[in-house]
Design a protein around this ligand. Sequence first.
Ligand code: SF4
Ligand code: SF4
Length: 208
Amino acid sequence: MSFFVRKFRQSNGKTWLNRAAMAPRHPSEIRRIARGYENRSLRRMVQQALASPYFPWFFLVRNLQNLTSEPRWRRLPIRLREVASMRLLLERSRFFLELAAWRRHQPAVLETSASFRLTHEEALGYCNHCGACCEIASGRAQFPAVTPFPARWQGLFAAGLGRWHRFCPFLWERPPGGSLCAIHPWRPLACRVFEKEECDYLKKGLIP
Ligand code: SF4
Ligand code: SF4
């Protein structure tokens, strides 16, 4: 656990460009982070998720970083904050692996993965994949009429993965850094209509 917190502290204040360097890529680092879980299957699950270059490590770190400015989080005793951080990583890992398993059995998703390299937003020249628009917690779950994933996932978009989660369940990292929407072809309306004007406005607020 302390190792996870230490990684988080090291990352504090880093920009998204540092994400690749901050991610626990070495197996020994991953093992040290997962050691905080006593249950062996949970430990394995976290290890498996962290081993993927698509795991949204940077966004998870920024999630923790953002929590430190929330009064409800700050009121928690340190021990409970640690437990909540572990839970955050566990819940994120569990859903990440569920999503990854679904993608493996969806040839259409893999085919459209190429579009991750040149999305609509990139084509218009304003998206640098900072991921900030996917860190707006929750939104109206207005998905296309037909989606190839479980209906329950639509609810997750609106409600999030749990109490302390502050970014979209479908947000991944695309190696070696940057945001990637794991369900890009079927992303909800709120994401489709996020154009240059909204992007500029959001980035002005986030980037001094
Ligand atoms: S905030 Fe703008 S630059 Fe960042 S991921 Fe969203 S659309 Fe792209
Ligand atoms: S569904 Fe995709 S584009 Fe929309 S907020 Fe989530 S990760 Fe971002």
